[in-house]
Design a protein around this ligand. Sequence first.
Ligand SMILES: [Zn+2]
Length: 173
Amino acid sequence: MTFSDRKNLDITYMGRAIAIARLGARTPGAAPIGCVPIGCVIVRDGQILGEGHNEVDIRHDPTAHAEIVTIRRVGCTLGAADFRGATLYSTLQPCGMCSMASIWAGIGRIVFGAGRADVHRMYFEDRHLDTFDFIADAFRDDLGVTGGVRAAECAALYYGPTDRPPLEKQGNV
Ligand SMILES: [Zn+2]
């Protein structure tokens, strides 16, 4: 696969992740707080293995991030917990928990839209460590990360770095 083929696929699958994120924000149960619209798609060999959106407020489960929801779904579909060779797409840079879960799932490549610098800090749990640190420090050496795919469209789903979201929405403070 050429570099430009891969880039086009990234753009296509990120489009799907954006649509899933929006779907999540409209899901009954997301109100009144409203689910943070994060969408995830896991793909292998040109096939979507699973997709999901943030369900934290729907399930009252702080671990129900879009990536975790999708990883669980793919595991059930495959009947396996190792997704070696798969790519995980997320509209927002995965948090530490989801980066680690991706490593445990054998994901080979993480592709995200909006990065930490594009959004409010409320979306992250750690002051310094992030996806790149966890991937760089992993035992595996077959991991890749690509950020900034459809970044502006993805960032538009979230509070910006200088926005002032209501304190009750800021789960990390
Ligand atoms: Zn997460």
